[in-house]
Design a protein around this ligand. Structure first.
Ligand SMILES: [Zn+2]
Length: 314
């Protein structure tokens, strides 16, 4: 009989398997109640629906790595997926990065691994983890912005994660902020936040301005204090991010904005100017504090384990 993916909180002696599917890498971990990693692995993400076979094989391998006594303690798994995920119907609806459309996940992992397996949207899980267990813990009204290749995030209001009826959350990267004279966005619109403030956009803007290629946004953050072009490019990104967030701040009045994801490694070079830019734009509502996430680029994987353990994004 197929085990039921019940949503009760697991006992502390249970182990969980978390799998985080990214555009380039699928990562997995088996962890205990204290977060100690007992098995870990990663594989390159194949294009298209083959990615689901790779997720299955990675999970097989991690479970097989465990001694039998530990294997029996694995009580639940969670697989977090990019793109659009319909958790109610258990369908991976669309991922432009990995290249799948309408893949029914159903019980495939539950049957393969022999433990109840939940699926969720990677951003929802990463944002929830930062809010409940990372930099946002203890606050009821928190906007988490996940900065990386793209820009997205979550919003928690009154102690609840805001979700649409089909699971979509904070597409902050596609708020248009440069409609006149802006760059085309991969989504089809013009001048979205992502066209100015994503890691790739920051690197491209620096190259356009200086003619110099870089290894990516991290290099430009590192150059800021000595290179006026780098400082100008980051200032423009902060400006676009603040314009994109100001409507959300007016609508929900979060106490805290948490910057997560890979780009948040820039630290105070991002949090302080963003707080200033928001303060400059706000008259009627208080400017939220802007802090760094605690999980960084690991939020998806750490969140998958926490979600598997808790059983729900509550
Ligand atoms: Zn867009």
């Amino acid at each position: 009989m197929t085990p039921r993916a019940d949503t009760a909180v697991l006992p502390s002696d249970a182990l969980v398997l978390g799998v985080d599917v990214g555009g380039t890498t699928i990562k997995g971990e088996v962890t205990d109640g204290a977060g100690t990693v007992l098995a870990v692995g990663a594989v390159a993400t194949p294009h298209g629906t083959a990615a689901f076979d790779a997720m299955g094989e990675l999970g097989d391998r991690l479970l097989a790595d465990l001694p039998e006594s530990d294997r029996r303690r694995v009580r639940r798994a969670a697989v977090v997926l990019p793109g659009i995920v319909d958790t109610a119907r258990s369908v991976a609806v669309f991922s432009s990065n990995v290249g799948w459309r309408d893949v029914h996940v159903g019980d495939r992992f539950t049957e393969r691994w022999g433990v109840p397996t939940l699926i969720e949207h990677d951003v929802a899980v990463a944002g929830w983890a930062e809010w409940r267990y990372g930099a946002g813990r203890g606050y009821d009204n928190v906007c988490v912005v996940v900065l990386g290749t793209g820009i997205s995030g979550t919003l928690s209001v009154g102690g609840r994660l805001v979700r649409s009826s089909y699971g979509q959350v904070g597409e902050y990267g596609h708020v248009p902020v440069r409609r006149v004279g802006g760059l085309p966005c991969a989504c089809g619109n013009t001048g979205c936040v992502e066209t100015v403030a994503s890691g790739a956009a920051i690197a491209r803007a620096y190259t356009r301005r200086t003619g110099r290629e870089t290894s990516g946004a991290a290099e430009i953050f590192a150059l800021m204090s000595t290179d006026p072009d780098a400082a100008a490019v980051v200032a423009d990104a902060v400006d676009a991010l603040a314009d994109g967030l100001v409507g959300i701040v007016h609508a929900a009045c979060p106490e805290l904005v948490v910057l997560g994801g890979g780009l948040a490694g820039a630290g105070a070079a991002l949090t302080e100017p963003l707080h200033r830019a928001l303060s400059d734009r706000l008259r009627l509502v208080p400017a939220p504090r802007v802090v760094l996430g605690e999980f960084g680029a690991r939020a998806g994987l750490a969140g998958a384990a926490l979600f598997a353990r808790r059983g729900a994004l509550t």
